[in-house]
Design a protein around this ligand. Structure first.
Ligand SMILES: Nc1ncnc2c1ncn2[C@@H]1O[C@H](COP(=O)(O)OP(=O)(O)OP(=O)(O)O)[C@@H](O)[C@H]1O
Length: 253
């Protein structure tokens, strides 16, 4: 892993990422930066390449070329478990949940797994594991549901549980793929508040992809707009709203 000259305040620096499927450039020279504690939204029409960027960031796909610096260490091309250990967590769409275990058991198991992967000599005591799990449940507002089988939770609560599982690894950067997809307006609002809460409480840096523009404008400090594998625009929500190219290509007004 090569080191990059230090940029203070930067958490994540994505440089000239390309991902080809055969000869098709799904991601074609994408660069962006995310600072400590910032929420970055990646938006763009269907097929723009957002999911592919996420897969490359989490190590589920190897980029064809380019660099991904997490705190100045290039992690591009590392395997998912290595990337997770280095500090990039990803909340999946409920695929990591054990439906027959209780909500608390799911989180306990995630904290245990994360604990096994740290290089601490003694590990956490059983009591600290439980405290950490309870803390995570309260962060995502699932304390009252701790004894439910996870599979019995509503869709919105299952997504919240997935976020708790991702937080169990104490990530520096949390990736959220379409966190409000398929949610009711109420669940969407709860999710926006949840993301705000974990950013404030954990000093977390978040990269999210999202189709709901209200969610994007309600959460993002900065936005990267993709179109056909490339970056069309980058900026604050205000700058993106006022960008004529974005309005033409995406916001459709
Ligand atoms: N494994 C793959 N093999 C071949 N082509 C792929 C593969 N994965 C994605 N693509 C193509 O790459 C392009 C970008 O897809 P991607 O899923 O990253 O877009 P997206 O912005 O996430 O879209 P959506 O908003 O619909 O989820 C699309 O044209 C897609 O068909």
């Amino acid at each position: 892993m090569a080191h990059h000259p230090s940029d203070s305040g930067l958490r994540l620096k994505v440089e000239h990422i390309k991902k080809y499927f055969g000869t098709f450039p799904a991601v074609d020279d994408v660069s962006f930066e995310v600072r400590h504690g910032e929420v970055m939204a990646i938006i763009g029409p269907n097929g723009a390449g957002k999911t592919t960027v996420f897969n490359v960031l989490s190590g589920h796909m190897k980029p064809t070329s380019g660099h991904i610096y997490l705190d100045n260490v290039d992690i591009a091309g590392q395997k998912p478990h290595k990337v997770a250990r280095l500090g990039i967590g990803r909340a999946f769409q409920t695929t990591n949940i054990f439906p027959s275990l209780t909500v608390l058991e799911n989180v306990l198991s995630a904290v245990h797994t994360a604990n096994r992967h740290t290089y601490r000599v003694w590990g956490l005591s059983e009591r600290s594991v439980r405290k950490e799990a309870e803390h995570l449940l309260s962060l995502v507002n699932l304390t009252e549901h701790h004894g439910f089988p996870a599979g019995a939770l509503s869709h919105g609560d299952q997504r919240a549980l997935e976020i708790a599982l991702a937080l169990a690894t104490s990530p520096k950067v949390l990736l959220l793929d379409e966190p409000t997809a398929g949610m009711s307006p109420y669940e969407t609002q709860q999710t926006v508040e949840l993301v705000r809460r974990i950013v404030a409480a954990q000093g977390l840096t978040v990269v999210l992809s999202e189709h709901d523009m209200e969610v994007v404008f309600g959460l993002a400090d900065r936005i990267t707009v993709m179109e056909a594998g490339r970056v069309l625009a980058r900026g604050t929500p205000q700058e993106i709203r006022e960008n004529p190219a974005v309005q033409r290509a995406y916001l459709g007004e």
